[in-house]
Design a protein around this ligand. Structure first.
Ligand SMILES: [Zn+2]
Length: 257
């Protein structure tokens, strides 16, 4: 019998786990993606014809975020992003030839023109904004069907610094100017391949003016009168707890989610 490996087996944004939310052990296939983790851990997509083995279940990744440690979630997130990247780079983006998987690196290589395609992350800034000693700016996303108020976030554009992106997103979405922008922490976020980069900043000037397509409401809330906020396990939750309750948002090794 061949050696078994721990496996991340995905089906869309769900992962196959046992009743204790642990990874199954499976026989390796030639097409598996190998994660460089010391022990052999592989990742693959559930094949279309495959049934879900008994004792295992598909669980949404987002649900695991609240059940797993940060480290476990980050490895799952990495597996998911690498698979997604491999799936989306089957052809060379330079000449269009079919690519091959690099033997030792995370790279898709083109046998015709030798162009190498590496996994990319999308930097995304997220900012917790305070005013005075006891107020926080929270905004409701226009697409939200619930009543949750979150933080201002958006993608970094080409040529921008991270601080530029923080200022631009805030001005665009709620119309206010910021000062004292400070880095807090970061979190890989695999929906689909973002790196969330967290900042705190202070309100400097301006009245709240909503960008209607993005934001349906935004207000300064007193720290002790918060509305419904993002779920525990998200970086937004950790950031809000950090400014309102003084919880640490991260130490040298991991986020405090
Ligand atoms: Zn090529």
């Amino acid at each position: 019998m061949s050696e078994l490996s721990l496996a991340y087996i995905f089906h869309q944004q769900q992962l196959l786990v046992d009743e204790h939310l642990q990874l199954p052990k499976v026989e390796r296939l030639a097409s598996d993606l190998h994660l460089h983790t010391g022990n052999t851990v592989i990742a693959r997509d559930l094949q279309a014809h495959e049934n879900i083995p008994s004792g295992l279940q598909l669980v949404p990744i987002r649900q695991l975020l609240t059940q797993w440690t940060t480290k476990q979630f980050e490895q799952a997130s990495r597996a998911m992003q690498l698979l997604e990247w491999r799936r989306n780079h089957k052809f060379c983006s330079h000449c269009g030839h079919e690519t091959q998987v690099h033997a030792t690196e995370y790279a898709m290589i083109c046998p015709a023109c030798h162009y190498h395609q590496y996994p990319r992350v999308q930097p995304c800034v997220i900012t917790v904004i305070t005013r005075g000693e006891d107020e926080i700016l929270l905004a409701k996303n226009a697409k939200n069907t619930n009543n949750m108020y979150g933080l201002i976030a958006g993608f970094v554009e080409v040529g921008e610094t991270l601080e530029d992106a923080v200022r631009r997103e805030t001005e665009e979405e709620v119309g206010v100017k910021l000062k004292n922008i400070q880095y807090l922490a970061s979190q890989p976020w695999p929906f689909p391949s973002n790196l969330m980069i967290a900042f705190r900043a202070e309100y400097a000037a301006g009245d709240i003016e909503l960008q209607q397509e993005e934001i349906s409401d935004a207000q300064f809330f007193k720290f002790d009168q918060l509305p419904q906020i993002p779920f525990k396990g998200s970086i937004a939750h950790a950031m809000i707890m950090h400014v309102t309750q003084g919880h640490p948002v991260a130490d040298d090794t991991h986020l405090w989610l």
